[in-house]
Write a protein that binds this ligand. Structure first.
Ligand SMILES: [Zn+2]
Length: 309
């Protein structure tokens, strides 16, 4: 068994975003409350009792309250089924939730050394006492098995691999330009139950689909993929910002080189977009973009969606 719960499907800012009056955010506040979504993160478990978070979004507290699978066990005064967090990048929407896990639970944070360096350089993360919260480096192309809070093996193996991406935007002046887009800024994950071999892929940030990515994803039963923008310049065109998807390290859904086209014909089972920005018209019910995505076999999951492999 491999259980996955989508804790949130939205990109940074969520849906609706606090300071945004775009059509999607307006609809989410008004006639389409079902569009409301927290910032992207999933939880995964091999036994239904012990869970690992993939990224810790700024909405983590709200997500933990909304997800019965992650409640403390009945009868225990202090407990959490969350054994650890695997970070795939250093963006605010992937790491800020760690600050909501500072109440003394034992857990382990797994991340690339580049991301661990970001945590170390920001002393606010020292609120996670090292006596309880271990930080473990993970290596590209090396499988690891995250451990449970008592140190025993989880039965889940994870293979991190490098995908096209960018260092977090807030780091753009702090890293030399040769490091921008370098290995380790953005990881894809292959997550597998060791015993049953059931598996899926997680690439909630990805700047482009390479031959390497295609060959990995071929035939996968389930893929979570970067759905930030519908088209590369949509935030500029809508007057919402001055950054393209590519400038932020995100591939577009549409277009000749977009995710939908690039991942078609690979015999992928379930295809779900994660990290969907509120500017993305594929979120709007009845929109042409949503129809196109759905006709191509893609969907955008609601928060709380559970998938069992
Ligand atoms: Zn908006």
């Amino acid at each position: 068994m491999l259980r996955v719960v989508v804790l949130g499907a939205a990109a940074g800012g969520g849906v609706p975003q606090w300071n945004c009056g775009c059509p999607v955010c307006r609809a989410a506040r008004g006639e389409h409350p079902e569009l409301r979504s927290t910032q992207a993160s999933i939880a995964v478990s091999a036994d239904g009792h012990h869970w690992f978070l993939i990224n810790a979004s700024p909405d983590l507290r709200q997500q933990l309250i909304a997800t019965p699978q992650l409640y403390p066990e009945q009868g225990k005064l202090r407990h959490s089924p969350v054994s650890g967090v695997i970070l795939t990048n250093g963006e605010v929407d992937a790491v800020a939730g760690l600050l909501s896990m500072r109440e003394g639970a034992r857990l382990t944070i797994y991340a690339h050394p580049k991301v661990l360096a970001v945590l170390k350089a920001n002393s606010i993360f020292d609120v996670l006492n090292e006596a309880n919260v271990k930080r473990r480096p993970i290596e590209i192309d090396r499988t690891f098995e995250p451990e449970l809070s008592d140190g025993s093996p989880s039965g889940i193996e994870i293979l991190p691999f490098a995908v096209a991406g960018k260092a977090a935007w807030y780091l753009r002046d702090k890293v030399d330009s040769s490091a921008l887009g370098g290995e380790g800024d953005t990881l894809g994950l292959l997550i597998r139950n060791k015993a049953s071999k059931r598996y899926f892929y997680f690439l909630a940030a990805c700047g482009g689909v390479t031959e390497d990515v295609k060959s990995r994803l071929k035939g996968a039963p389930l893929v979570f993929f970067d759905g930030t923008v519908w088209r590369d310049d949509e935030m500029i065109a809508a007057g919402l910002g001055n950054k393209t998807g590519q400038a932020m390290g995100h591939i577009a859904m549409s277009g000749e080189n977009g995710a939908i086209a690039a991942l078609s014909g690979l015999d992928i089972g379930q295809r779900l977009f994660l990290h969907v920005n509120n500017s993305n018209p594929a979120l709007l019910p009845g929109s042409e973009e949503r129809k196109q995505a759905e006709q191509a076999g893609w969907r955008i999951p609601h928060d709380g969606t559970e998938i069992v492999l």
